[in-house]
Design a protein around this ligand. Sequence first.
Ligand SMILES: Nc1nc2c(c(=O)[nH]1)N[C@H]1C(S)=C(S)[C@@H](COP(=O)(O)OP(=O)(O)OC[C@H]3O[C@@H](n4cnc5c(=O)[nH]c(N)nc54)[C@H](O)[C@@H]3O)O[C@H]1N2
Ligand SMILES: Nc1nc2c(c(=O)[nH]1)N[C@H]1C(S)=C(S)[C@@H](COP(=O)(O)OP(=O)(O)OC[C@H]3O[C@@H](n4cnc5c(=O)[nH]c(N)nc54)[C@H](O)[C@@H]3O)O[C@H]1N2
Ligand code: SF4
Ligand SMILES: [Mo]
Length: 879
Amino acid sequence: MTPIRTTCPYCGVGCGVLVSRAGDTFSVRGDPEHPANLGRLCSKGAALGETLSLDDRLLHPEIDGRRVTWDAALDSVAQRFQQVIAEHGPDAVAFYVSGQLLTEDYYVANKLMKGFIGSGNIDTNSRLCMSSAVAGHKRAFGSDAVPGCYEDLEIADLIVLTGSNTAWAHPVVYQRIVAAKKARPGMKIVLIDPRRTATAEIADLHLAIKPGADAWLFNGLLNHLRREGDNHGGIDWSYLENHVEGFGAALEEVGGLNIPKVAAHCGLAEADVAEFYRLFTQTPKSVTVFSQGINQSSSGVDKVNSVINVHLATGRVGLPGASPFSITGQPNAMGGREVGGLANQLAAHMDLVPECIERVGRFWNAPNITHRPGLKAVELFDAVRDGRIKAIWIMATNPAVSLPEADRAVAALKQCEFVVVSDNTRHTDTARLAHVLLPAAAWGEKDGTVTNSERRISRQRPFLPLPGEAQPDWWIVNEVARRMGHTQAFVCNSAADIFREHAALSVFENEGRRDFNLAGLTHLDSADYDALEPVQWPVTANGRGTPRLFGQGRYYTGSGKARMIVRPPRGPATPVNASQPFIFNTGRVRDQWHSMSRSGKTARLLSHIDEPYVEMHPADIRRAEVRNGGLARIRNGRGEMLARVVESAEQRPGSVFAPIHWNGQNSAKARVDALVYAVTDEISGQPEFKHTPVAVEPYAATWYGFVMARAPVECTQAGYWTRVRCRACWRHELAGTESECDWPRRLREAFGADGDWIEMKDCGVSRYRAALMRDGRIEMVCFFDRDFAALPPRHWLEGLFEQDRLNDAERSALLMGLPSRDVPDAGRTVCACFGVGENALKQAIRQGVNSVEALGIKLQAGSNCGSCIPELKKLLAAT
Ligand SMILES: Nc1nc2c(c(=O)[nH]1)N[C@H]1C(S)=C(S)[C@@H](COP(=O)(O)OP(=O)(O)OC[C@H]3O[C@@H](n4cnc5c(=O)[nH]c(N)nc54)[C@H](O)[C@@H]3O)O[C@H]1N2
Ligand SMILES: Nc1nc2c(c(=O)[nH]1)N[C@H]1C(S)=C(S)[C@@H](COP(=O)(O)OP(=O)(O)OC[C@H]3O[C@@H](n4cnc5c(=O)[nH]c(N)nc54)[C@H](O)[C@@H]3O)O[C@H]1N2
Ligand code: SF4
Ligand SMILES: [Mo]
């Protein structure tokens, strides 16, 4: 087949991918013509072809766990919502949606709730992600627009990355920066992050800032710019006079913040702060990239403005190589903002103010349009919990895992009268709580558009038929809307129809007053829509996109000037204390996506990091009396989690880090959000996901073990368990606190007597090892021990499941857990594309391979997507 051009469903970089079919399998490569990635992909994008199986897909509508027809499911949703609205009013229902919906899905969901149900109660997981950036943009620019584009990262002479682990979370943006720096080694990179992340590999300066202190750093920079003045490249007074308001008060507010004070507030060396300030002051072409280390904070909006302020002060906004740059998380975080998916927006970048409400009401012909904003995500789930909201429809998000104080969200859904979940996946922590489950089309099947971080609209095109009875999200919402009686307003019958309506609203009575404008896209016919090339909004009437905004210094505020806003900086809302002395920082790992429903389907992506962990500085490990490699209990007043301790001197002492991806489907207790306090920014409503006080203590396990088997093993009775997919088996890590480990008995019962059991038991040290062979093939292997350090490495054993027969040497080595000498253990996978393990890399380095390029030539590592290059560099430095 000719390759299908579509867009990656993961992060907001929005890479173009080419999908080709070869028999039953699909291969995926970067689209060289897509401007976001120019052919590159990261490890997640490159593995997309392996995530298409229908295992654990939700394929049919269900009510109360029983399969029903679409008619029954849709009628049930429409009737129950109408009943609640009739009895309790429109604010008693809600939608909770997602940046993983396509723009077309999002548009109809927002239209139904705000326009026709007549409530503002539609909010989105972008509240957890981008809402502080949205509010900061609106305060500063009068509109929610990212001024720059990816090319700016290649033109800039200085890139400041703050609160962004670009190497892992936006890997192709990172690769573009790496390539630009290689071409122009004079380019400088400053990283601001309490941890020394993989991103630090390219940083000229890493500021391991005290968690939560960014506003002091940037306000101090503003003060520094003022003191340096025009002559030294500091403040651009004429830009301020002509294009900015509020700068007098802002500069006064930061007046006393000199370098020693900043250094003290931020826990940094004065010389490092001074060096950052010098670089920023002297480099006109500078871009500041910010992400969740800024947004996810109880003062996130003020932090966003503190970043934007230094760009306003220097006139570096929307110019080639000079801009503040908020990079988006989800594939369609930006599209959701365009259609008004947040509870406090309307649609097409219009606000819930009388003039816009009247205008959109006329456009939609919606007499019942809401006049008020709805509840923001955290408040919305509070309202579900206390019964104000009686029916909720959740689409494309997993709040039982991802909301702060997630156990509270679970409790809210458990006692809610009516919970509807549209998802691709049958078993998720949220789907478990649904009364009605609706099977949605997934990536590869769905058809529509997404907008990436640089405002670029790209097509997602289908290359697979709809499986089972799955339907696109827009279709599902449309059907419910019609069954609620709104037959005249929900007449679109395709994604293209919806897109045209969305584009038409963007130009409706716009007259240049709104930044979001798709003038050139209002009349696309279906063929044009299918062929739509990636384009950056605003799109002019003749179809041209706009790479940069605000370069002329004109903004969407009443006066046309940008606003400089400084508020006194605040630290995290809940400071650490004697009983909860550590700051719990949460975020992403390179090869997993959120709650793992797609990325967890491929063994390749699980081979990089395969267990929930908590990364701690050696001093904190001693202080908490835990052991590297052992298990820790992390807890506070809200909840607790269990995770493997990983020692790392790259953590800032006092701050511990855990990944967000693990959930109730693949682990006992590893949901980070069970602990994260639901404190939010008072303007944006975005939760403080990065700074929760916790205690860390040893998990008092009396035994440890693991089981590998060809199918998943029921292991939820163990105190600690995790389950991951390997290439040819499932691996379960287990531990417990009982005086006697009864897993040998359980496994014998579970697997029965059929086959040969090879066993080894040493009661003195509670050691038990067993393997089950059938017809010479390994079915199951398990190891248990009192001491976790006595358990063998897992990689070699995993490999044995790929063989049809084990030879004698392998069989006799089996219970030793160690490979014979001629089959070395490759170790933990570093390069996911070519499955290159840590041990193999170390060996090559010891043999004299001394550069990333040479490792690529010898072992292929790092030579495809490049996502592992920061780790290769680290291994080279350490070995
Ligand atoms: N592999 C992968 N990539 C993803 C995703 C994924 O699930 N997996 N998800 C996508 C989504 S939705 C999003 S929103 C983005 C998020 O992308 P990022 O924001 O880059 O990712 P995070 O890991 O959440 O956090 C970024 C960094 O903020 C740092 N940080 C914590 N506190 C502070 C602080 O006070 N100040 C500063 N300056 N830094 C701090 C953390 O240590 C962390 O390294 O990633 C997207 N890309
Ligand atoms: N502690 C902590 N918590 C966080 C964060 C953090 O950094 N720290 N980050 C926050 C951020 S930035 C984000 S974006 C959220 C993400 O959190 P979630 O949105 O909860 O994460 P996902 O696992 O991506 O959930 C998406 C669900 O939608 C399904 N899905 C995917 N595509 C489609 C589709 O097209 N249609 C339908 N109907 N379903 C689909 C998937 O199967 C999956 O179940 O987590 C937030 N929570
Ligand atoms: S950087 Fe990776 S995850 Fe993000 S869009 Fe590109 S290929 Fe997908
Ligand atoms: Mo996000």
